[in-house]
Ligand binder design. Structure first.
Ligand code: HEM
Length: 515
């Protein structure tokens, strides 16, 4: 009898412990944000969240207001949706709110990279040196050369004006834009085939084109598996495919391969060296090269698609950008002539394009939707701009989804779902930075790059890449939608939270050389 009682008590203790771990007993304490645990223990709302993050968070906001805590896969995450209060997260000390912990877990899960303590600083140092200022100038030049190789390699291959090199080429706009911008970005960061000692420059360029094409094809396969990989819900067959692809990238981007290349960016080079110096194994550095490929090339390509699409769907925007491009070329004494030298688009020229800047910003407002997450390391108080205060528990997470809270808030951006090319321009043509909510100026009025410690270090380079691509398209090509009346495709809702959005389907367009 005594034994039976002990077994029953043991079982009850285990059951209660299990339920406790599943979060069944967590109750909202006085003063805390509204708590919504969902119906499934431990998992909470994860299914609905994963199905369509935007819709789910909109529903939660309607139900609970601009601060609420939800249960997602064993974590309690407090969502802050008031942009006027973002400062309290962005500026909170790293002792209380940590970005890295979450990032380290994700990177381990989806890229197989195991980080060591304190190494994040390597990325910061290299990015400050090479993705800004003079370092950016070098990268931008390199990008220009690679874009020209990919987009214009057959220009002038026939001197005959009537030859069919001016024939229209039809393609998917998403496929085309992503392909070109990814490959040019990859070559600019990870280097080119050497053309010495035995080969010609043309042969090396041809090899660059072929190798980057093969890499892009594999990248797109991984890209499509990515959302389910990040949520840990791939089928075993797809999981195997993801592992094969990871192996392919670790090998293709390996330190040894890189040593055979010319023109590796200093950004990549310095990161490799610094990791070696702190004793990280070469096989791990190879894995990190894939993390960087993902971070640097997974967003810009999709953004370039939306950018060209919005221009084609909005003739007034297209006209304004074309006018600006011609003006900049004239100002810098450059002209595109059949058979003449290729234009040299410098960083100086790219800094004189306020209209294109506004178009880029507007495109990102509508199509970049990152989810910014921080781990709560100590009990803390979330202080809202209007004076409300909420205790937040150690071990929880805090998240911001700026797409709902800022990008499509009609108070900050009237008529928020429409593309307005001059939304970020003042009447005098300068950059507009004044946006308001409830009569108060909103500091974080567009957040495609995130904010605070984890803000995208590649944002200046990414902006230049987008501008260079559009510039070259406008200068060298005529292009149009195959069906000008075709609707702008919906966003692929499985990707909300993962940076630049992708369309649910491609859009056919055609292009041909102007000259
Ligand atoms: C349109 C293009 C891009 C968008 C929308 C974008 C967006 C973002 C966002 C939102 C984050 C922060 C994520 C977070 O806080 O959790 C981020 C991080 C990062 N981005 Fe970008 N990015 C773009 C292009 C680039 C490029 C071209 C590079 C490199 C050349 C780059 C390198 C990185 C890196 C290394 C991080 C991680 C930063 C860290 O761990 O501190 N990104 N990006």
């Amino acid at each position: 009898m005594g034994l039976l009682l002990a077994i029953i008590l043991g079982f009850l203790a285990a059951l209660i412990g299990g339920l406790y771990l599943l979060g069944v007993f967590r109750q909202r304490r006085p003063g805390e944000p509204p708590l919504d645990k969902g119906l499934i223990p431990w998992m909470g709302h994860v299914l609905e969240f994963r199905r369509n993050t935007l819709k789910f968070l909109e529903r939660m906001k309607r139900k609970h207001g601009d601060v609420f805590t939800i249960q997602l896969g064993g974590f309690y995450i407090t969502f802050l949706q008031d942009p006027l209060s973002f400062g309290s997260i962005v500026k909170e000390s790293r002792e209380r709110l940590d970005f890295n912990k979450f990032a380290v877990q994700l990177v381990r899960k989806v890229f197989g990279y195991v980080a060591i303590e304190g190494e994040h600083n390597i990325l910061h140092v290299a990015s400050s040196k090479h993705l800004k200022g003079d370092g950016l100038e070098v990268m931008t030049q390199s990008m220009m050369g690679n874009l020209q190789n990919l987009m214009l390699h057959d220009i002038g291959s026939s001197g005959d004006q009537n030859s069919d090199r001016r024939a229209w080429i039809e393609d998917g706009l998403f496929k085309y834009s992503y392909n070109i911008v990814f490959r040019a970005g990859y070559l600019s960061l990870y280097g080119n085939e050497p053309h010495k000692p035995d080969g010609s420059e043309e042969k090396a360029k041809e090899k660059d084109r072929a190798e980057s094409e093969a890499l892009f094809d594999e990248f797109r396969k991984y890209d499509q598996l990515f959302p389910n990989l990040a949520y840990g819900v791939l089928t075993p067959r797809k999981r195997l495919e993801a592992e094969r692809l990871m192996g392919f990238f670790w090998n293709s981007l390996s330190v040894q391969k890189m040593k055979t290349k010319d023109n590796i960016s200093r950004w990549i080079w310095d990161i490799q060296q610094a990791k070696e110096e702190v004793g990280i194994k070469e096989s791990m550095i190879n894995r990190y090269m894939f993390v960087l490929l993902w971070a640097s090339q997974g967003n810009t390509g999709p953004s370039s698609f939306w950018l060209l699409l919005f221009l084609m769907k909005h003739p007034e925007a297209m006209e304004a950008v074309k006018e600006e491009v011609v003006k900049v070329l004239n100002e810098f004494g450059q002209e595109v002539q059949p058979g003449g030298p290729l234009i040299n688009l410098t960083r100086d020229m790219l800094s004189k394009t306020p209209v294109l800047d506004s178009v880029v910003e507007e495109t990102l407002r509508l199509t970049a939707a990152p989810l910014l997450t921080r781990a709560v390391l100590q009990d803390m108080t979330l202080k809202m701009a209007d004076g409300r205060q909420y205790p937040i528990r150690q071990g929880d997470r805090i998240a911001v989804f700026p797409y709902i809270a800022v990008h499509i808030d009609p108070e900050i951006h009237p008529d928020p779902l429409s593309f307005k090319y001059d939304r970020f321009l003042n009447p005098d043509g300068s950059k507009k930075t004044d946006f308001y909510k409830a009569g108060k100026k909103v500091k974080y009025y567009n957040m495609p790059w995130g904010a605070g410690v984890s803000m995208c270090p590649g944002r200046f380079f990414a902006t230049n890449e987008l501008k260079q691509f559009v510039f070259l398209m406008l200068v060298y090509f005529e292009f149009e939608l195959k069906n000008p009346d075709e609707e702008i495709p919906e966003i692929d809702f499985r990707r909300w939270g993962f940076g630049s959005m992708q369309p649910q389907r491609d859009v056919q367009f055609r292009y041909r050389l102007r000259y």
